[in-house]
Unconditional design. Structure first.
Length: 250
């Protein structure tokens, strides 16, 4: 499957790429490119650009010189960080503590990607870190935590793993749906007795705050388009469906 560069309007492009589990099953991955008010660009997440998509991105960004920063939002998505740093050496590279530990060859900025300082630098975006679950889970198989990024101008939401959608394109068109990552229950913070409630409250507020989302860009399940009001209702349904399990005593 060829990589895709999708223009979602108002200076937001989603890049859908390939990621093969065990080198066999392609579960897909993504990054997004955003043009700032200054005219420069930032990436959300890292991905090794190749072929026509790479040529298009380089043409848009003055061969990469106009890329101001790369914001790596998911602490467990580290495979492409080193190549991204080589492709865009003049950009600032932000990540979590885990990014810094796992890919030390990258010159990481001191400010962590989830910090208030980074959010203030890019007012074109709104960020949200899930409450009640680990951002970096002690168990490396639990990937429910990520930093979510919303671009109000394009009404595009970039999310890695925290929320998921049906894997088949036909299902996305017939029944736009959002689910919580399968490891969300296991991701609840163990020392927080109200972790499940905190998570549900956070997600419920997000459904209202970012309720105008039209373009839902998910790491391993591609792009889902929502009509007005659909995103909020769909996310609230997913929360209500998962709530009994999340609030149940372990």
């Amino acid at each position: 499957m060829a990589d895709k560069l999708l223009a979602l309007g108002s200076g937001f492009w989603n890049i859908q790429g390939s990621f093969r589990l065990g080198g066999i099953i392609n579960i897909g991955t993504q990054c997004s490119l955003i043009q700032l008010s200054s005219g420069r660009f930032i990436f959300l997440d890292s991905y090794t650009l190749t072929g026509e998509v790479r040529a298009q991105v380089m043409a848009m960004t003055n061969n990469g010189q106009a890329v101001a920063a790369v914001l790596n939002l998911h602490p467990f998505h580290t495979v492409h960080c080193a190549q991204m740093a080589r492709d865009f050496p003049t950009a600032r590279h932000y990540g979590s503590v885990r990014h810094q530990q796992k890919v030390p060859e990258v010159h990481w900025e001191d400010d962590l990607v989830e910090s208030v300082a980074v959010a203030k630098r890019y007012p074109e975006l709104e960020f949200s870190l899930p409450q009640g679950i680990y951002y970096i889970a002690p168990n490396e198989m639990i990937h429910a935590g990520s930093l979510l990024a919303y671009h109000p101008a394009s009404r595009a939401l970039h999310v890695d793993d925290t929320f998921v959608t049906p894997p088949l394109d036909i299902l996305k068109k017939l029944l736009p749906e959002i689910g919580l990552h399968p490891t969300t229950k296991k991701a609840l913070i163990k020392d927080e007795p109200n972790a499940g409630q905190l998570y549900c409250d956070w997600a419920t507020k997000l459904a209202d705050k970012w309720g105008e989302t039209r373009h839902f860009c998910a790491a391993h399940s591609g792009l889902v388009e929502f009509k007005d009001g659909e995103f909020s209702a769909t996310l609230l349904h997913a929360i209500d469906k998962a709530r009994p399990k999340l609030l149940a005593t372990p």
